[in-house]
Ligand binder design. Structure first.
Ligand SMILES: NC(=O)c1ccc[n+]([C@@H]2O[C@H](COP(=O)([O-])OP(=O)(O)OC[C@H]3O[C@@H](n4cnc5c(N)ncnc54)[C@H](O)[C@@H]3O)[C@@H](O)[C@H]2O)c1
Length: 250
């Protein structure tokens, strides 16, 4: 068991990447706080983990609201007595062109996708520092944080922010033995904000198959385990090598 006696928060854990990450961390001994806005989804994931012999509890939280985040971290520490791992996974996309998105929509995407990893990390780090056991934080970015897109503007800006937020948090939390890293997915399972996997979604990578949530979950497990103890402030691409391919060139 790589994570025995450790307590983990996974945000946006009700389905897809967050669901498989929660289940994998629990299978390695972590007690998992399954955090999601959708109560039914979170409770189903937590129940699945418990049915499989693991430890988990669902927590309802809108990660776009500071008060919700503060309450969530406090509730998790009260329930389990400690906090060792935070996975900032929740995000929403705008899927809009700059002339179609409203300022209100832009602000909501930034709040959930960029500001929430900052506030969650700050509140979790306070709890980790108080406990004195160090910790691990993994932010879920996206290949959209490295490239511009015609049909997303707030999401690409926010995910680019997550990459550099990871570096600053890593520097500022290193003295407290809290390691911060990021994972960088591309086309894993269903698209962000959608329930269903589209088998016709084009696959252009070096592996030759679509990514599945467990591909991402394994990378997160590596980054929160002691096997990665010398890896800090890194952004680990979990994209099948797609970002190595230059469009239009062979
Ligand atoms: N799916 C992909 O192809 C892909 C590609 C690149 C990056 N990512 C990133 O991976 C992460 C997970 O993506 P996904 O596709 O699994 O997401 P998803 O949309 O399938 O699931 C997100 C979960 O977050 C929850 N959620 C949404 N808003 C919330 C809020 N305000 N507060 C709390 N929970 C909220 C939803 O209820 C849902 O259960 C995201 O950070 C996303 O940007 C995904």
């Amino acid at each position: 068991m790589k994570l025995a006696n450790q307590v983990a928060i996974v945000t946006g854990a009700g389905r897809n990447i967050g669901e498989d990450t929660s289940k994998l961390l629990a299978s390695e001994g972590a007690t998992v706080a399954v955090v999601d806005l959708d109560k039914a989804r979170g409770e189903k994931v937590a129940a699945d983990i418990v049915a499989a012999g693991g430890k988990a509890k669902a927590f309802v939280c809108d990660v776009g609201k500071e008060d919700d985040i503060k309450k969530c971290v406090a509730d998790v520490v009260a329930a389990f007595g400690r906090l060792d791992i935070l996975v900032n996974n929740a995000a929403i996309s705008d899927n809009k062109n700059m002339f179609d998105i409203t300022t209100e929509e832009w602000n909501r995407v930034l709040a959930i996708t960029l500001t929430s990893p900052f506030i969650f990390s700050r509140e979790a780090a306070r709890a980790m520092i108080a406990a004195g056991n160090g910790g691990k934080i993994v932010n879920v970015s996206s290949t959209s944080g490295y490239y511009g897109r015609d049909r997303a503007v707030a999401y690409t800006a926010a995910k680019g922010g997550v990459v550099n937020l990871t570096k600053s948090l890593a520097i500022q939390l290193a003295p407290h033995k809290i390691r911060v890293n990021a994972v960088v997915p591309n086309k894993i399972g269903s698209p962000v904000g959608k329930e269903d996997f589209d088998p016709t979604r084009p696959v252009l990578n070096l592996v030759g198959r679509a990514g599945v949530p467990m591909d991402l979950a394994r990378a997160v497990l590596f980054l929160v385990s002691d096997e990665s103890e010398f890896i800090v402030a890194a952004s680990l691409f979990v994209d099948g090598g797609c970002t190595a391919l230059m469009p239009g060139n062979s």
